[in-house]
Design a protein around this ligand. Structure first.
Ligand code: ATP
Ligand code: MG
Length: 900
């Protein structure tokens, strides 16, 4: 049975049984504690916790999930994907244990011909919480499962909680016995790969008053309403119903694996049995590729872009692990352009939006692969050098110990170049070099500790959120930013240094909460309004405005004069000039976005923005630099929209309505039920936006693009000035041009030609200087010849050429060697030092080499004295170092070595 069909049957079954079908929430959800949605109940949490009244008593969903904690399990067990879909059914104060067990049993065991999954009940093994006699009895007496197949387990396995005081309850999990091919007999407690958990039923019934650990908490009493939360892994049940060994082999995943196997010429499963735990490494790599490619597709689809922290890092890690796994399988070419479309092909049946968005998704993924390939190439070069060095130093120790790469170098490769340690191990091993893994791990631990300390320091600011929650409990701020610039208001709270206070005096700084305000709080890329709050006795300057919790607007102020007290009647006044400029900038951002998409196409979607009076910047998905022509075109389209004086309007509607309308919703933002849509020129620009805007596009004034750059793989940034700032910017450029044309004495139009001409002349002059220097050197060379001395039968010409650069030293050396001729064994050694970096070049002639003198060997000795390294061939070699004062000693060392 195809996964899409399993999913359909699930929803049908529960809908028939009175559940409302709720669509999957995006993977990024409005919960600061969660990187990604990791269970079907996440979007249901407010109802489960009693924070909101559930709109239905029974609901069902197929929720997209990502569990970053399972990343290391991928491919090594049969049942862990990083991305997976959790089928859930939920009851809010409606049916409880009996209902949940009945429903689950019904769907699992109803024959396929009657719409169920048709699983033989005899291979199902339920577990229950050790004290949950009720659930035990339901399975035994009501369903009829023999006691021997029902396992009682403790808090660690069968008690659900959120890890904090609040709701909790016992759970009952349904395992399926996959048979002796998959592991040892004896039930879920013996082998979790043979007995695979497919479905978890949570019976939320207890109110926890204290929570010390997963297995140690206090139950205060029963919950007022009891809820049911269940989760069944869609991929897991698919692997069972499709008769395959693991979830990487189901219809939604396997085609990618097969493609990867074909590309790498590996035969999947050749050396592995049914149990994933005993798989050949190549099979594990292939599963990693299949899993991670799919997860990346889904993550980018939901708006994640690769980055160095948080969600972006998870995505980056998955993309890189996939590419790396392909490398380990021996495939060095670009892999994602082959693999990602295969995954799309499989996933679009359930997620049709992926197909429309694929140009953007693939662009981001491919750019990340390209970047990683560069990293790998760079890292490989560095690794090769390090490996060679490790071999040399082992050889210099007489070859008694195996060559070892220092832990510090493995760490530097990992830390600076993003070069993964297992790749370092793998590639070093190929060359017979070991890696000091202990050293590497020690450095990693140290780094982790530093990071932890950092995070802790950041957290101290968190004391505040409690204060904001308290103030929010007094009531939501009546927010009038769209309607007016000024309003009367009452002071409902004051905060100083993170604590509530009754008053703030002259010269102090703090936060002010009003019952009503016209100040715009920073959000959606627009910075906060500035302005003044006037109290009965004084004036406050508003420096920043934030919304630390939903519904509460907080002004950060400097008290300029007088004081402010809780309960004061005040006047809140936004600086009108500021607001006009802020509106210009925000509307300008929408105009530039629309212009970008008009010129580049719809995949150039904004991924972030920032605007403040006079300035805006916008990040968008695109992976190559924009040409000068394209930039001008975008600028022109934007300014044309300004000139056409398009009407700007705002209206509220529901999110689905807004989507229907084609309004662009930004990723990573979460929206309320009612959203605000800003239109500029009707459908030309439609975006979900809470910002402040001009009424007509002409009010934006001039708009000039100032820069375009890369801010990460697949993301470009465009910057612009608007309004008066655009004019000032252009005026400054004009003044600069005038100054330059004055300096070089031509008309502005002729500047480029003139400057090119000047540059050419500078180049010619440099070349001439070089030629003269060379002449001078050649003249000196004659004199130098006479300074050659005899060292153990070899003529040695050693000379310090002062501040000469490497190229010049080299040509001097070869010139001197030619002049010395081949009559007698001769060696030339010359040092120089350009910009404080000493260099030494040594040359030998034929007769010297016949006597076993090698330039490369001599250079190594000399460079060692200079504090560096070097090498080359027996006839010519070069080295360098860090200590220019040691050149004399280096030449002496050459002489001593020659002397023997
Ligand atoms: P396991 O112990 O096997 O990792 P779990 O206890 O973490 O499972 P739950 O948190 O109870 O799982 O999630 C409910 C259901 O979601 C599980 O019964 C399983 O079918 C599915 N599930 C959980 N994690 C994964 C995963 N990484 N990949 C696929 N399905 C999963
Ligand atoms: Mg798990």
């Amino acid at each position: 049975m195809e996964t899409a069909e399993i999913r359909r049957r699930w929803l049908d079954y529960f809908e028939k049984n009175g559940h409302v079908v709720v669509p999957s929430a995006p993977l990024i959800y409005d919960d600061p504690n969660l990187l990604f949605v990791n269970a079907g109940m996440v979007p249901m949490k407010p109802y489960m916790l009693g924070q909101q009244t559930p709109p239905w008593q029974r609901a069902t969903s197929v929720q997209k999930c990502v569990r970053t904690g399972d990343i290391e399990e991928v491919g090594k067990t049969s049942r862990h994907g990083t991305f997976f879909q959790m089928n859930g059914n939920f009851s809010f104060g409606d049916y409880f244990k009996k209902g949940a067990i009945d429903l689950a049993w019904g769907l699992l065991t109803t024959p396929q011909s009657e719409g169920g999954y048709g699983i033989d009940g005899d291979i199902l093994w339920p577990t229950v919480f050790k004290d949950d006699d009720e659930a035990f009895a339901l399975w035994r007496d009501h369903i009829g499962i023999p006691e021997s197949r029902i396992t009682r387990r403790d808090e660690n396995d069968n008690y659900w909680s959120m890890g904090v005081p609040g709701p909790g309850g016992p759970s009952s999990e349904i395992f399926i016995d996959r048979g002796p091919d998959y592991g040892a007999e004896g039930g879920p407690s013996v082998d979790e790969d043979r007995y695979m958990e497919i479905w978890n039923l949570v019976f939320m019934q207890d109110e926890l008053s204290a929570f010390r650990s997963k297995a140690d908490f206090d139950i205060a009493g029963p919950l007022p309403t009891r809820n049911i939360d269940t989760g069944m892994g869609l991929e897991r049940i698919a692997s069972v119903l499709q008769g395959v060994d693991n979830l990487y082999e189901i219809d939604e995943v396997y085609p990618v694996l097969a493609k990867a196997a074909e590309m790498t010429g590996k035969k999947y499963g050749e050396h592995s049995g049914h149990a994933a735990t005993a798989s050949h490494p190549n099979d594990v790599h292939l599963r990693v590729v299949a899993d991670h490619v799919r997860s990346s597709l889904m993550l980018i689809g939901d708006g994640v872009t690769p980055g160095n922290e948080g969600r972006g890092y998870v995505l980056r890690r998955m993309l890189r692990r996939a590419v790396r796994a392909m490398r380990l399988l021996g495939y060095g070419d670009k892999a994602l352009p082959e693999l990602l479309p295969v995954s799309l092909e499989r996933m679009q049946a359930s997620y049709p939006e992926l197909a429309a968005d694929f140009p953007r998704i693939s662009q981001i993924a491919y750019a990340e692969e390209d970047a990683f390939r560069r990293t790998l190439d760079q890292g490989t070069t560095i690794l090769d050098t390090a490996v060679t060095k490790a071999k040399q130093s082992a050889a210099s120790l007489g070859g008694t110990s195996a060559p070892t790469l220092p832990g510090s170098q493995a760490f530097a490769l990992h830390d600076t170049y993003g070069f993964p340690i297992d790749l370092t191990l793998e590639m070093a091993a190929e060359q017979g070099v070991e890696v000091d893994q202990d050293g590497f791990r020690r450095l990693m631990t140290e780094q982790r500790q530093r990071a932890k300390a950092d995070a802790k320091a950041k957290k101290t600011g968190h004391a505040d959120t409690e204060v904001w929650k308290e103030l929010r409990a007094l009531g939501a701020t009546d927010w009038q930013a769209y309607q007016a610039l000024s309003t009367e208001a009452k002071v409902t709270g004051l905060v100083s240094d993170g604590a509530r206070v009754e008053g703030l005096g002259e010269g102090s700084t703090g936060q002010v909460v009003l019952d009503r305000t016209t100040f715009y709080a920073e959000s959606g890329g627009q910075i906060a309004d500035e302005g003044i709050i006037t109290t009965p006795t004084g004036q406050l300057r508003v420096r920043d405005v934030q919304r630390p919790v939903k519904g509460l607007v907080v002004h950060t102020v400097d008290v300029l004069s007088g004081e402010i007290k809780v309960g004061d009647g005040v006047q809140a006044q936004v600086d009108p000039d500021w607001r006009v400029s802020a509106c210009q900038a925000h509307s300008g951002t929408h105009v530039v976005h629309a212009a970008l998409r008009q010129v580049l196409g719809p995949s150039a979607l904004q991924s972030g923005s920032y605007n403040k009076p006079g300035y805006l910047r916008l990040d968008f998905a695109w992976n190559s630099a924009l040409s000068k022509e394209t930039r001008s075109e975008i600028e022109e389209v934007a300014n044309l929209a300004v000139r056409q004086d398009l009407a700007v309007s705002s209206q509220f509607m529901t999110l689905p309505e807004a989507r229907e309308w084609g309004a662009l919703a930004l990723f990573g933002e979460t929206y309320d039920e009612q959203v605000r849509v800003i239109e500029i020129g009707g459908p030309w620009s439609r975006e979900l936006c809470g910002g402040t805007h001009v009424a007509h596009s002409s009010q934006i004034g001039a708009l000039t693009l100032t820069g375009e750059s890369s801010v990460g793989s697949g993301v470009r940034r465009i910057e612009a000035f608007v309004g008066m700032d655009a004019l000032r910017y252009l005026a400054k450029e004009r003044a600069l041009v005038a100054e330059l044309s004055g300096l070089v004495k031509v008309q502005p139009d002729e500047l480029p030609d003139r400057i090119n001409e000047l540059l050419a002349r500078v180049k010619d002059a440099e070349r001439e200087i070089g030629r003269l220097k060379q002449q001078q050197l050649t003249a000196q060379a004659g004199e130098l010849l006479s300074t050659a001395t005899d060292v153990a039968g070899v003529r040695l010409l050693a000379h310090d050429a002062g501040e000469l650069g490497a190229d010049e030293v080299r040509s001097l050396v070869t010139d001197l060697r030619a002049r010395l001729g081949d009559g007698a064994p001769s060696v030339v050694a010359v040092t120089g030092a350009a910009k404080g970096r000493p260099v030494i070049v040594i040359a030998t002639n034929g007769p010297a080499r016949d006597r076993g003198v090698r330039a490369g060997d001599l250079v190594k000795v000399a460079a060692g004295v200079l504090g560096g390294g070097g090498g080359g061939k027996p006839d010519l070699a070069q080295g360098g170092g860090t200590d220019p004062s040691a050149v004399g000693a280096a030449l002496d060392a050459v002489e001593r070595t020659l002397a023997g």
